[in-house]
Design a protein around this ligand. Structure first.
Ligand code: ZN
Length: 124
């Protein structure tokens, strides 16, 4: 069994990073949702000018898609924090090996090691 978790100290630092990122995302989602909220756009009276209406709806869609993206990240961060609690953080969900430290550095909420990720992407 080559189950190796990142050292406790590293793990604590990583958790703090994730929690900071999480707080940022929560604020971002709230902001984007307010921006995407149809009710905030009604006042503007875009009806007269189709160009304005078009760009307003484009901006709203952009805010919505950014918000969805941020939500997706939030889910992944929550999941990583849960795995930290469970003591399985940093272990590949597929093969159980330790995920490469440089990969966790780049994507702290990664759930697959590089090999498994590559296999997943190529569908093998
Ligand atoms: Zn793996």
């Amino acid at each position: 069994m080559a189950r190796k978790q990142p050292a406790q100290k590293q793990l604590r630092a990583r958790r703090e990073e994730l929690e900071a990122e999480r707080a940022q995302l929560v604020a971002q989602v709230a902001e984007l949702d307010a921006e995407a909220d149809v009710n905030n756009w009604r006042e503007g009276g875009f009806d007269d000018d189709p160009a304005d209406a078009g760009s307003a709806s484009f901006e709203r869609e952009t805010a919505q898609s950014l918000s969805n993206h941020a939500r997706g990240l939030l889910t992944q961060i929550d999941d990583a924090l849960r795995r930290m609690d469970a003591g399985t953080y940093g272990l590949c969900e597929r093969c159980g090996e330790a995920i490469e430290p440089e990969r966790l550095e780049a994507i702290p909420y990664a759930t697959l090691c590089m090999d498994c990720k590559r296999r997943e992407e190529t569908g093998r």
